[in-house]
Design a protein around this ligand. Structure first.
Ligand code: FPP
Length: 231
């Protein structure tokens, strides 16, 4: 029996978050450049999105580019941005066909303009889709997000729009980039690293963590189903 058949559809996580790690090592293992690993990683993203649609996962959030990733060699950063642009444009039609809405979180304005524009475009043309929300975390770090939320609340206090006592879990949550998303029940990290690395810190207070040795470019829906069965 495959993992898919073992999934209890009454106990599906509503929201799965994934730290896609190991692209560089995967490429290196084959004597290829790191970028080849990222390109192959896109195939995994596509398969995982379709796997989520297949079994009815409502929200999938993937860590596509962290704030720390800006420190990588400029050629790799540029290649990742190019890959992002080509992928979202190439996949727009498939997203619509699969009824998937594209969403993005992070410091989006720090991305190249073409990236910002194409993201906005594909988000708009998939905006009415209801089966699954795919959120790309781009130039994202949880500490950045928490500080941004804190600044916004502090500003509202200074401007006397809210009182200090109005700051609570709900009002704080409303300022996060994930305000419209439920908290993930399951977070997956590939490639054998057992760390959270500044991804969704506030949101994972009660999240189950799942670590696998599989490198991201090898991760396919069967691996996702295995993680869900484990959950
Ligand atoms: C981590 O592997 C992965 C990334 C930094 C980027 C993830 C990006 C993609 C899968 C492609 C773009 C995504 C979309 C949604 C278009 P690593 O480079 O840190 O691997 P390593 O730890 O083995 O060096």
């Amino acid at each position: 029996m495959g993992f898919k058949e073992q999934i209890d559809i009454n106990r599906l996580p509503e929201h799965i978050a994934i730290i896609m790690d190991g692209n560089g090592r995967w490429a290196k293992n084959q004597g290829k450049f790191r970028v080849f690993g990222h390109e192959s990683g896109v195939l995994s993203v596509k398969d995982i999105v379709e796997g989520c649609v297949d079994i009815g996962i409502k929200y999938l959030t993937v860590y596509a580019f962290s704030t720390e990733n800006w420190n990588r060699p400029i050629d790799e950063v540029n290649a990742l941005m190019e890959l992002l642009i080509s992928t979202i444009n190439n996949e727009a039609e498939t997203l619509n066909k699969n009824n998937v809405r594209l969403n993005a979180i992070g410091d989006i304005k720090s991305l190249p303009q073409k990236c910002i524009d194409d993201l906005a475009n594909v988000m708009e043309i998939t905006d009415k889709n209801t089966k699954c929300t795919l959120t790309l975390a781009l130039s994202y770090s949880a500490k950045w997000e928490i500080i941004e939320a804190t600044k916004k609340l502090a500003q509202q206090v200074v401007e006397q729009k809210i009182k200090l006592e109005d700051i609570n879990e709900d009002s704080f949550n409303a300022q996060l980039t994930t305000a419209q998303l439920p908290e993930p029940e399951l977070m997956i990290r590939t490639s054998g690293e057992h760390r959270v690395s500044n991804f969704l810190l506030w949101q994972i207070a009660y999240t189950e963590l799942y670590f696998t040795e599989t490198l991201w470019p090898d991760f396919r829906r069967e691996h996702l189903f295995e993680a869900i069965v484990d959950y």
